[in-house]
Design a protein around this ligand. Structure first.
Ligand code: SF4
Length: 208
């Protein structure tokens, strides 16, 4: 599958906000958004004129990049959201949050979503006791995500858990730090998702 391979910090600078794609570096003064808070490229500091379509496109691109999802898959999540009862934008974000790689990140089992994705692919996690190595797996309320027994004592996870120990765990997840298990107690409401985006712009874009 095609993946973005250029500097991920450029994506944050393009969107004008932190997307937290580089783990601990994102929380330090070395963060590119802190040091160069303008868009990359020759015209990055130039005048910004943004059409309605431009705003909608940026909202969609930022959200897609925040969760590390390719266009076709993102469109699929939108279609899924339109069949839910709630507001389509809210449902779309809730679906994205329920992805296994995001849940792993939100539980502090990885320092970033890209790292969570890689750890999931490498088979370090179980859902309700069964190994799941698909980052896009959509978790459900009541399911329990856990680090595989044999992975828990690895130096990698010791470093990750230490690095994320001060990070707040999302309210819709219940983390047991002793057993290293996280339960999905509800899907997040919009105000529990810390992404600064107007999701109605994404709905407008796809509704055309
Ligand atoms: Fe984005 Fe993290 Fe790079 Fe900062 S350090 S620009 S938040 S990826």
């Amino acid at each position: 599958m095609a993946r973005y391979t250029d500097s991920v910090c450029k994506l944050c600078r393009r969107e004008g906000q932190k997307l937290f794609l580089k783990g601990q570096r994102c929380y330090t003064d070395k963060c590119a958004i802190t040091r160069r808070a303008y868009a990359p490229g020759q015209h990055g500091q130039g005048r910004k004129k943004t059409s309605e379509y431009g705003l909608q496109l940026r909202a969609k691109q930022m959200t897609r990049r925040y969760y590390g999802v390719l266009e076709s898959q993102f469109r699929g999540y939108y279609e899924l959201a339109t069949h839910k009862e709630g507001k389509t934008g809210d449902e779309l974000l809730a679906i994205l949050e329920s992805r296994l790689d995001n849940v792993v990140y939100r539980l502090g089992f990885a320092t970033s979503r890209p790292e969570a994705r890689q750890l999931v692919v490498h088979g370090h996690f179980t859902v309700n006791g069964k190994r799941v190595d698909i980052p896009s797996y959509l978790t459900k309320v009541g399911e329990v995500v856990s680090i595989q027994d044999k992975s828990r004592s690895s130096e990698k996870f010791k470093a990750v858990l230490e690095a994320t120990s001060a990070h707040p765990v999302a309210k819709w997840l219940d983390l047991n730090r002793d057993t290293l298990e996280g339960k999905i107690i509800a899907l997040p409401t919009r105000d529990e998702i810390d992404l600064a985006v107007d999701e109605t712009l994404i709905v407008e874009l796809y509704s055309k």
